[in-house]
Design a protein around this ligand. Structure first.
Ligand code: ACG
Length: 454
């Protein structure tokens, strides 16, 4: 199974307003098939005031720029017909400050006041997020509320059983619309504030117990083959705890380790990562090229030949690999927490960036016309990144057992990493040379940037 993250606003436009939409995605099902994708993760498609959609106004309605609920269902059907599963992004940790629940809570209306977290005298209101300088507490009209992702997205209060119940209703509703599963956004943040001590602290046990409830509900509605993947951006040992309950988790360390190794020209991080995250596990790791929260692969790894090695590592690794839309054609973009739009630029279908399906909701800065970064140009160039990616996805399809495999015997020199991938019955050994010169390791000769399977 191969996944593909689609930033809905940027992927494919069916009505010429420049904004990607559900019909547009349905119309591009053949491209997804050609690429070898069998599961798409759609970034939030709910009613929301922002370009990214992670702050929701109504969990039971779609963003009208993307289409109606019936357009959404038609898209799900169209993708299903092609054998492609649909997974939706579900930000349950917080809502938009324009959500009716928050508006009612600000007016002091019951029961909504208890849907959010309000400051108590012993709380430290000037505490910042542990990873940057953003404040956790926000003041509006003299009321202090908690919002780990900023003042415009207040956190829901999961100490309140009614909120838990609402979240389960949302899960049930969307499964009944035909979706195959979820990407659980910000999974470690459901319980991340210690009310007793009045400070930020992840309660992983409580979070995992909550996600178990969600998964029980999802499996009850959809059966055991519901697909769920968590977003827990943290150390592999913490990711493990969530993944065991949910069944699959994004492996951030994979993306980071390969990028870092390629930048430094030595495989040590890859070795550490493969040993720590890809050994035999009771869940599926989800390795990925990148996502909408980080610099694009092609901006960090400029050489196309190196990126081909990245795809080789990705497609020979166990679990469910995900491609971030556009990474297959070498889209660039530098992530900036203020201008995050740079990593979600319009998907370049054509060299000219104009034609049927092309989105143009924002001006491009990184992926300009006629720079070789488009489906059209990549399909017409022999040996392009896209053709290499398609060769790897074809290989992956011929080896479906890789989903449930694991990695053993990781060995290396400075430039070559070697590993055995097996599921107990099938297996092969991979040799990957990240260097731009020939290498020889364990008697295997490798050309520059070669990934060899023996
Ligand atoms: C998700 C979405 C993101 C979205 C939200 C909120 C959550 O993908 O687009 O924002 O709905 C944190 C959260 C993640 C969150 C990212 C953006 N992603 O945990 O859930 O922020 C450290 C922290 C991480 C942190 C990361 C950010 O530990 O928690 O992610 O930094 O860079 C190693 C370490 C690891 C460390 C990394 C990086 O891997 O092991 O711990 O991670 O290095 O240093 C959207 C918008 C926002 C808006 C919000 C409402 O993008 O602008 O405010 O919605």
């Amino acid at each position: 199974m191969i996944g593909y993250e689609i930033f809905v606003r940027s992927f494919a436009d069916s009505n010429d307003d420049g904004i990607g939409d559900f019909k547009g995605i349905a119309q591009k099902a053949d491209y997804l098939k050609m690429l070898g994708v069998d599961l798409v993760w759609l970034t939030p498609h709910f009613k929301s005031p922002s370009y990214h959609g992670y702050d929701i106004i109504d969990y039971f309605d779609t963003n009208s720029s993307f289409g109606s609920l019936s357009d959404f269902k038609a898209m799900v059907d169209a993708l299903h017909e092609k054998g492609i599963k649909v997974v939706i992004d579900l930000p349950l940790n917080h809502v938009s400050d324009r959500h009716p629940w928050f508006k009612a809570a600000m007016n002091g209306e019951k029961p909504y006041v208890d849907y959010f977290l309000w400051a108590q005298p012993h709380f430290n209101l000037s505490e910042k997020r542990h990873w940057d300088e953003e404040l956790l507490w926000h003041n509006r009209n003299g009321k202090w509320y908690y919002g780990v992702f900023g003042g415009s997205s207040p956190d829901l209060n999961y100490e309140n059983p009614e909120v838990v119940e609402k979240s389960l209703e949302i899960v049930e509703f969307w499964l009944n619309q035909g979706v195959d599963g979820f990407r659980f956004d910000a999974a470690k943040h459901i319980y991340d504030y210690d009310i007793r001590e009045g400070r930020f602290r992840y309660d992983h046990d409580k979070n995992v117990a909550y996600w178990k409830l969600v998964m029980d509900k999802a499996r009850k509605v959809k059966g055991s083959d519901v697909f769920a993947v968590t977003e827990v951006w943290d150390d592999p040992e913490i990711v493990d705890r969530y993944a065991q309950t949910i069944g699959c988790s994004f492996n951030f360390y994979f993306t980071e380790a390969i990028r870092e190794s390629m930048q430094h020209g030595a495989v040590y991080k890859i070795v550490d990562c493969f040993q720590r995250t890809l050994s035999k596990k009771p869940y599926l790791p989800s390795n990925f090229t990148g996502n909408h929260d980080m610099h694009r692969l092609a901006s960090l790894i400029q050489q196309e030949e190196q990126r081909k090695v990245f795809f080789g590592l990705l497609m020979t690794a166990p679990g469910v690999p995900f491609i971030y839309y556009g990474d297959e054609v070498g889209m660039k973009g530098i992530y900036d927490s203020i201008f995050t739009e740079d990593v979600i630029e319009p998907f370049p279908w054509y060299a000219s960036l104009s034609g049927e399906g092309q989105t143009f909701w924002k001006a491009v800065r990184f992926n300009r016309a006629f720079t070789g970064v488009s489906v059209e140009e990549q399909l017409n160039r022999e040996g392009s990144l896209l053709s290499e990616v398609m060769a790897w996805t074809k290989f992956r399809k011929e080896n479906e057992w890789l989903t449930n495999a694991w990695v053993e015997h990781v060995t290396h020199n400075t430039f070559v990493v070697a590993y055995t991938v097996t599921d107990g019955d099938n297996g092969f050994r991979v040799y990957a040379n990240i260097a731009g010169h020939n290498e020889s390791f364990e008697g295997i000769n490798l050309k520059p940037h070669e990934v060899k399977i023996v």
